[in-house]
Design a protein around this ligand. Sequence first.
Ligand code: ADP
Ligand code: ADP
Length: 207
Amino acid sequence: MIKVTNLSHYYNKDLALENINLEIKSGEFIAIIGESGSGKSTLLSVLSTLLKPSSGDIIYENINYNDIKNIDDFRKNNIGFIFQFHYLINYLSVKENINLANEKASKDEIFDLLKLLGIENLINKYPNEISGGQRQRVAIARALINNPKIIFADEPTGNLDSKNSLNVFELFKTFANTGTTIIVATHDKNLAQLANKIYEVKDGKIE
Ligand code: ADP
Ligand code: ADP
């Protein structure tokens, strides 16, 4: 699904990724682990089109990232993002926050997705009326509403307790089993065990 060749990235002169080669298959659940500063976030940003690498190629289903004309359309049609901080809008309800990602999604569709995540009772609540674990599940719903082929998650459990963290990874596993590709960066080696494949980044290289 994604083929990465000779990928390197520098921030000014500082090397953050060095000659990464990697192939990701459709439906894989991949964990990228490594210490703080090792390059996980940079790798995820590059793979998810958020950052243009200094050199190398990324081919996504025959499309070279360098040839993408409309990056917004590309992201909307293919990619879901989940971050450490949920970035929900406080003055919008759960339903309205999800509609930000897909204005055409009906209340029924949103309800069904929330049900899958076990939070359908929160559809009309506001972010400050629900718990941290629940907010992150809303952020996951927002990432899923466009039926993305790939989900990129950067430290999605960084703000959650261990119970909610496990819950998020178990959800990822469920989605991977239905064919969604999941790529998640985490410093938590135990959670990473739930993925099908683990890549360790060390000093900008994959071990
Ligand atoms: P991780 O996600 O594993 O913590 P990062 O990808 O964030 O690692 O960082 C890799 C390296 O790149 C680190 O040395 C970090 O300081 C550096 N770096 C990350 N982002 C920037 C940036 N925007 N500008 C300059 N250096 C950066
Ligand atoms: P979680 O395990 O999801 O982090 P918490 O222990 O934070 O849950 O919260 C437990 C319950 O308390 C949740 O069902 C949530 O609805 C409620 N709750 C948490 N934070 C708030 C809040 N700021 N306002 C209202 N209810 C809250």
